[in-house]
Ligand binder design. Sequence first.
Ligand SMILES: NC(=O)c1ccc[n+]([C@@H]2O[C@H](COP(=O)([O-])OP(=O)(O)OC[C@H]3O[C@@H](n4cnc5c(N)ncnc54)[C@H](OP(=O)(O)O)[C@@H]3O)[C@@H](O)[C@H]2O)c1
Length: 330
Amino acid sequence: MIYQPSENRYSNMIYRRCGKSGINLPAISLGLWHNFGGVDVFEDFRKIIWKAFDAGITHFDLANNYGPPPGSAEENFGRILKMDFKSHRDELIISTKAGWDMWPGPYGDFGSRKYLIASLDQSLKRMQLDYVDIFYSHRPDPFTPLQETMGTLAQTVNTGKALYTGISSYEAERTQQAFEILKSYNTPCLIHQPKYSMFERWVEDGLMDVLGNNGIGCIAFSPLAQGLLTDKYLNGIPEGSRAAKASGFLKKEEVTRERIEKAKKLNEIAKYRNQSLAQMAIAWLLKDERVTSVLVGASSVEQLADNLKSLTNIKFQDSELNLIDGILRK
Ligand SMILES: NC(=O)c1ccc[n+]([C@@H]2O[C@H](COP(=O)([O-])OP(=O)(O)OC[C@H]3O[C@@H](n4cnc5c(N)ncnc54)[C@H](OP(=O)(O)O)[C@@H]3O)[C@@H](O)[C@H]2O)c1
């Protein structure tokens, strides 16, 4: 099949400036952690990428280990880029990361220069790219000096293999330190990627202030709590869902009665707002202007279409926010 991108692809997306940088990101970005690996159906996820680009999603988020098997999401994405997006590279922000266990031995994990440089080279080969737009340290490393990890991120920019640097899951104090080190290398930290959703609010205890005060963008991952903040699990665990799949990172034990009770109550507020629960969960994150983008996953074109509709209503009444807080804090 031949893909012809929609001519109207930039009409409906909201773009937000990423911190104090030159880059605008779509308010919704697409992540390839699940559903784009070697175990998934190529023609199905290829259509999700088409749908995303047609809707103005210019930012695609990957990591060395996405699959399964690890690396296969990058390979698949590289194939799709070659088949369908050859003449659109300059319209895309492509990110990848290294930091989690990727290959055996002492040099395939965490944040050493040895690991990060080798991993980025491998990612570029898998995606058949000359450079990525954002290269992240995927997680803090308690053993490697921060200076080494940040110095390596700066090196990837200086050598042209990445255009910008990012960090993921660093807590507030370490983020401030990372920011200072990167600044000393004249390669500012573009963006932080934390887990943030109505069910995971740790970023509100300091990290968001560090990001806002230093002009670092924020892209919230797992905004739907891997599907728990949708109507998917309200009546049990459906077949084919992430919690039901052997390769999924959402464990059945995480679909707790307490979370489902909360999701049911939140779903009533979403209905009142004429939104699906997924749409409300995304809108709720975007109410904070410091959140540059919400990084969703999707296993179908229909899910992505549902999520995109959240952008038509990202405003909340104080009364709605109070009700939501009341449900979440119980
Ligand atoms: N930096 C990090 O350490 C880190 C960690 C995790 C993720 N991430 C990034 O964040 C991205 C998103 O994470 P995530 O996939 O956990 O995000 P998510 O948006 O919270 O969950 C996505 C899943 O929710 C379900 N879903 C999505 N839209 C739906 C809808 N409208 N109705 C019903 N169900 C819906 C689907 O599950 P089913 O498959 O069950 O249909 C989908 O696979 C990843 O791809 C990755 O790029 C980064």
